[in-house]
Ligand binder design. Structure first.
Ligand SMILES: Cc1cc2nc3c(=O)[nH]c(=O)nc-3n(C[C@H](O)[C@H](O)[C@H](O)COP(=O)(O)O)c2cc1C
Length: 138
């Protein structure tokens, strides 16, 4: 949906060891990783980020914070986002974006973070209009 508006390049973050499709098992693994501060390996080749001024950063709310793969990405590349404008967007299961913006600001301290967009996963489809409104407001 953001691509429809902006034509931005798109990159999907994937992890080397995918999470279980069973929800409880995924939560269990995610909690264990967070407790141990051991976040998953990303197996996406990250391009040279210096070519971009604006980054639309998409993730899920997990345990009212950033999903673990996004934490991995920002631990590795947060400093590459210095001086850039970040548009944070996320899906959640009804409880909102939690402290995700604060975490982005901690992990990419020299980026400029604009007002975020978060939507309940099941409401996302057919909501191009809301996405466009958010993009145009910022
Ligand atoms: C490990 C885990 C933890 C989650 N914790 C939350 C949460 O704290 N609050 C919430 O609203 N949704 C939570 N969810 C639901 C996800 O936010 C939701 O399934 C996701 O945004 C849907 O996007 P996806 O299809 O890309 O996974 C959690 C999901 C998982 C797998």
């Amino acid at each position: 949906m953001i691509y429809n508006e902006s034509g931005a390049d798109m990159l999907e973050l994937t992890v080397t060891d995918p999470y279980p499709s069973d929800y409880s098992e995924a939560v269990e693994r995610a909690n264990e990783e967070r407790d141990n501060q051991e976040y998953p390996d990303i197996n996406t080749d990250i391009p040279d980020l210096s070519q971009y001024d604006t980054v639309y950063l998409g993730y899920q709310t997990w345990t009212m914070t950033l999903s673990n793969p996004m934490i991995s990405f920002l631990l590795d590349h947060g400093s590459d986002l210095s001086g850039k404008t970040i548009y944070p967007f996320s899906t959640n299961a009804g409880y909102g974006e939690g402290n995700t913006i604060e975490r982005i600001e901690e992990l990419a301290p020299d980026a400029s973070v604009v007002k975020s967009f978060s939507i309940q996963d099941e409401d996302l489809l057919d909501n191009q209009e809301q996405v466009s409104k958010w993009l145009n407001e910022n």
